[in-house]
Write a protein that binds this ligand. Structure first.
Ligand SMILES: Nc1nc2c(ncn2[C@@H]2O[C@H](COP(=O)(O)OP(=O)(O)O)[C@@H](O)[C@H]2O)c(=O)[nH]1
Ligand SMILES: Nc1ncnc2c1ncn2[C@@H]1O[C@H](COP(=O)(O)OP(=O)(O)O)[C@@H](O)[C@H]1O
Length: 218
C-alpha cells in the first residue's frame, strides 16, 4: 500500500475545512485561486451574500448573490453553517457542500472572516485549519485595494477603516502569514495543507500499513 496514494483517495483521511481570512485586499482571493488550481483535492465554498456583484464577478462562482428576503429564507431554512454581517451586507456559508465534502474526505476552502471562523469551531473543530493573511503594510494594503480597481474611493476608504479591526483578530488563528511575496505565501499555505492532511490520515489505514510493514505481532 502506498501512503501517498492513500492520502489522495477520498475516504482515507478526515477532510479539512481550511479557513483563509484577511483584511480586504490582503490577497486571500488570489491565494485561494492559486491553491485551487494546483490542488484538485480542494474545492471552494461559495458563500451567499446580499452585497452587489462587482464587475467581473459571476453569480454562483464567486458568490451566490441573493437579496435580503432570500437571505432571510436561507437562515430560516437552516441552510447556513455560519453567517455574519460584514461591511453592511450579510454573508453566509451554505451547509450542503460542506457536508458533502466531509463525507467524501475532501477538503473545502473558505474565504470567510473571523466571525465565520469562530462559528465553525464548535461543530467542525477537528476538521478546521485557520489561516490569517496579513498585508506587509497598510500602505501596501491600500495600494492593492486600488490596484484591484473594483471598488469606489468611498468603499476603499471604508475597507481601510475596517482593516485594523479585522487584523486585531489575528491571534485567534492557528497560522498567521504575511502575504508579501505571493509565491512564497502560496508555498507556505501548501505546506500547511500538506502537514494538516498528514495529521488526519486515518488510523485504520495507518494500522493496516504498519501491520503489513512489521507484522501483526507488534
Ligand atoms: N462570516 C463570513 N464571512 C464571509 C463569507 N463570505 C465572505 N466573507 C467575508 O466577507 C468579507 C468581504 O468579502 P468581499 O465582499 O468579497 O470583499 P473582499 O474581501 O474585498 O474580496 C471578507 O472578509 C470575506 O472573507 C461568509 O460566508 N461568511
Ligand atoms: N502578494 C501580493 N503582492 C502583490 N499584489 C498582490 C499580492 N496578493 C494579492 N495581490 C493583489 O492585490 C489585490 C487584492 O487581492 P485580493 O486577492 O482580491 O484580496 P482579498 O481577497 O483579500 O480582498 C489584487 O489586485 C491582487 O492581484
Amino acid at each position: 500500500m502506498d501512503l501517498v496514494d492513500a492520502d489522495q483517495s477520498t475516504r482515507r483521511r478526515r477532510g479539512l475545512l481550511i479557513v483563509l481570512s484577511s483584511p480586504s485586499g490582503a490577497g486571500k482571493t488570489t491565494i485561494s485561486r492559486m491553491l485551487l488550481e494546483s490542488d484538485p483535492e480542494i474545492s471552494m465554498s461559495v458563500s451567499a451574500t446580499t452585497r452587489p456583484m462587482r464587475p467581473g464577478e459571476v453569480d454562483g462562482v464567486d458568490y451566490h448573490f441573493v437579496d435580503d428576503a432570500q437571505f432571510d429564507q436561507m437562515i430560516a431554512a437552516g441552510e447556513f453553517v455560519e453567517w455574519a454581517p460584514v461591511f453592511g451586507y450579510r454573508y453566509g456559508t451554505p451547509k450542503n457542500p460542506v457536508k458533502a465534502s466531509l463525507k467524501k474526505g475532501r477538503d473545502i476552502l473558505f474565504d470567510i472572516d473571523w466571525q465565520g471562523a469562530r462559528q465553525l469551531e464548535p461543530d467542525f473543530g477537528e476538521h478546521l485549519v485557520t489561516i490569517f493573511l496579513l498585508p506587509p503594510s497598510l500602505t501596501e494594503l491600500e495600494r492593492r485595494l486600488r490596484a484591484r480597481s473594483t471598488d469606489s474611493e468611498q468603499v476603499i476608504a471604508d475597507r481601510m477603516r475596517r482593516a485594523a479591526d479585522e487584523i486585531s483578530h489575528w491571534a485567534e488563528y492557528e497560522y498567521v502569514l504575511v502575504n508579501d511575496d505571493m509565491d512564497a505565501c502560496l508555498r507556505k499555505v501548501r505546506a500547511i495543507v500538506t502537514a494538516e492532511r498528514s495529521k488526519r490520515t486515518s488510523q485504520i489505514e495507518l494500522n493496516a500499513f504498519v501491520r503489513d510493514l512489521i507484522g501483526p505481532q507488534h
